[in-house]
Design a protein around this ligand. Structure first.
Ligand code: PLP
Length: 329
């Protein structure tokens, strides 16, 4: 099956690197990190792989304005704002939360990039479809051609980002001469996880996926992955049936965007041990999951892959001086 057309926005392939000091410290399998935090500079992270396919479709349809949505510090919204500017498109963001007096992190970049932002309450955000429809109607009335991108670009086209990443991983494993027993990734809107599972079925790679949920529970993402996969199968007329992955929802902590002191401690530990920077919203929680699985002997085999999905800009609004001082005491 041929993938749909894509734009070349990401710096690919991203490196696959061994983290030997971390592996020694944990005493389990050799840990490899897939550096999808290096897909770009300001646009970095997992979202670009998805946006390459989604934005190709937007351009193909003659879109002049992109509409997407997410949390106040959404990495996906920031990446969309960046590529909208690169492609000469308008960007309209529907963000859950209220306008901050001083913007920081992703929000600051959104403003710098000239994105139009609607700040909406948690309650209003529940009617997201209506918010998209209203924005699209407003833009059409002004003669624009709006293109709607769901949260996290996790639609049938976006799934292709991580389907194709599996092909890249297979080449990485061949050159490193490894056969990892598992890949661990954060799960926020589910597209990376579902894409990895579909990609394995398409490219015949056996690589059990463990998704660490950072917001909703495992049952929610099981349903979401099944729904996304069914839509993908329908759109691309495929009977490809992915294996089930493993979803863990015991690292969500107090909720989306709320990391425990342990997550911050692990972020500081990895920063100092390996010079790898994680964020408290996604990759920090996924890393906590990886560490605990290794400590509990849950990962068999000699090699495991941690997918670094980016998120650096989400660190800055969260990491207060107080947290940092406590960590460095
Ligand atoms: C840095 C980062 N990592 C992981 C994820 C999760 O990816 P997905 O939305 O495909 O589940 C996201 C977005 O939700 C993200 O911004």
């Amino acid at each position: 099956m041929n993938p749909p057309p894509k734009l070349d926005l990401a710096r690919l392939p991203t490196p696959l690197q061994p983290l030997d000091r971390l592996s020694d410290a944990l005493g389990g399998p050799r840990i490899w990190i897939k550096r999808d935090d290096l897909t770009e500079a300001a646009g970095a992270g997992n979202k670009i792989r998805k946006l390459e396919f989604v934005l190709a479709d937007a351009i193909n349809q003659g879109a002049t304005a992109l509409i997407t949505s997410g949390g106040l510090q959404s990495n996906h919204c920031r990446a969309t704002a960046l590529f909208a500017a690169q492609l000469g498109l308008q960007c309209h963001l529907i963000l859950r939360g209220s306008e901050a007096r001083t913007a920081n992190g992703n929000l600051l970049l959104n403003q710098l990039l000239g994105a139009n932002i609607d700040y909406v309450s948690d309650q209003a955000f529940e009617q997201l479809d209506a918010l998209y429809a209203r924005k699209a109607a407003q833009l059409s009335a002004f003669g624009e051609r709006p293109y709607q991108i769901p949260i996290g670009a996790s639609d049938e086209l976006g799934l292709w980002g991580y389907i194709q990443a599996v092909k890249e991983l297979a080449a990485d494993f061949a050159s490193a001469r490894i056969q990892p027993s598992c890949i661990v990734t954060a799960v926020g809107s589910g597209g990376t996880y579902a894409g990895l599972l579909l990609g394995q079925a398409l490219y015949n790679l056996t690589l059990p996926v463990t998704g660490i949920c950072v917001s909703r529970n495992a049952a929610f993402f099981e349903r979401k992955a099944a729904m996304d996969t069914a839509r993908w199968q329908k759109r691309f007329q495929s009977s490809l049936n992915p294996e089930l992955g493993l979803l863990r929802d015991d690292f969500i902590g107090d909720g989306y965007g709320l990391a425990s002191p342990e997550v911050y401690r692990l972020i500081a530990w990895l920063a100092q041990l390996e010079g790898i920077i994680l964020d408290p919203v996604y990759t920090g929680k996924a890393f906590q999951g990886l560490v605990q699985m290794i400590q509990h002997g849950d990962i068999e085999g000699t090699d495991v892959v941690f997918l670094h999905t980016g998120g650096l800009l989400g660190l800055f609004p969260q990491m207060s001086q107080q947290i940092l001082s406590e960590l460095l005491e």
